[in-house]
Design a protein around this ligand. Sequence first.
Ligand code: NAP
Length: 276
Amino acid sequence: MPKNKNFNYALFGNPVNHSRSPEIHDFFSKQTGILHIYEAINVPLDRFSLLVSDFFKNNISGANVTSPFKKEAYFFSDKLSERAQIAKSVNTLKKVDNQYVLGDNTDGIGLLSDLKRLKFIKKNFSVLILGAGGAVQGVLLSILSMGCSVYILNRTDLNALNLVNQFKKYGNIKIFKTNSFKKKYFDLVINGLSRNIQYENIFIPLNLFSSKTFFYDMNYGSDKTSFLNWCKKINAKYVSDGIGMLVFQAAHSFLEWHGIFPKIDYIINLLNQKSF
Ligand SMILES: NC(=O)c1ccc[n+]([C@@H]2O[C@H](COP(=O)([O-])OP(=O)(O)OC[C@H]3O[C@@H](n4cnc5c(N)ncnc54)[C@H](OP(=O)(O)O)[C@@H]3O)[C@@H](O)[C@H]2O)c1
């Protein structure tokens, strides 16, 4: 249950106990002086709509939604932003004029902003994406909007194929097959697989990386994520975890709710220094 009964913004997910979002939003509130009390709420798997509609009727003005409820949040929303409509996935909810709930998705812009901050992305890059889950669904539009060619590599081909069909009208996107990639190497690899994968046990086309390839993990953590450990083993030079994406997607939600984009560089540095 919430620590502070007066919260007016929330994160809904299951589990949420290790989320860094409350800490990030607390920084935003202090920095901007906006009354923004943000609580993480663990929602029982079968109670999302019931519980969230109750919170919206009562105390809250906006919320973030995390795994496994982004799809349910999409159906829960009364209206959708264009990017949420295309992604068919919602991570940000906002009560508008006390009348309806708007659903948005800030994961894509969050990832793209961080890739730009790190100088990990350029127009027309060849990008290998590992995974075809909710996180990848939320970010594909942003990567395709850079004119990048996207190749998806996933355990279950059907899930990758569904994403290719969903996004093919927005750019160049294919399932990765060894013989379908005609360039020498990938410019960027984005990892969207679940946290504790054994990378040694899955097929990744090592011959298609160069010393200039950028590696970005959407996962984050103080002890290096398993993907970052794997990157070290293959001597990757340019690597990053997803803490910057987390802060940027939070900042874009904050902008949606309050019309102000917080300063974030020092928050990313602070979170990188702190263990959790
Ligand atoms: N930094 C951020 O702001 C941010 C934002 C969103 C998400 N994330 C992180 O991104 C990660 C993925 O989230 P998600 O919502 O996309 O999860 P998800 O929907 O559950 O998708 C998980 C993906 O991992 C694959 N997978 C799971 N177990 C596997 C295994 N043993 N071997 C190979 N592949 C496996 C799944 O493949 P199948 O399709 O075959 O099942 C799927 O592609 C999470 O750890 C999340 O915390 C970070």
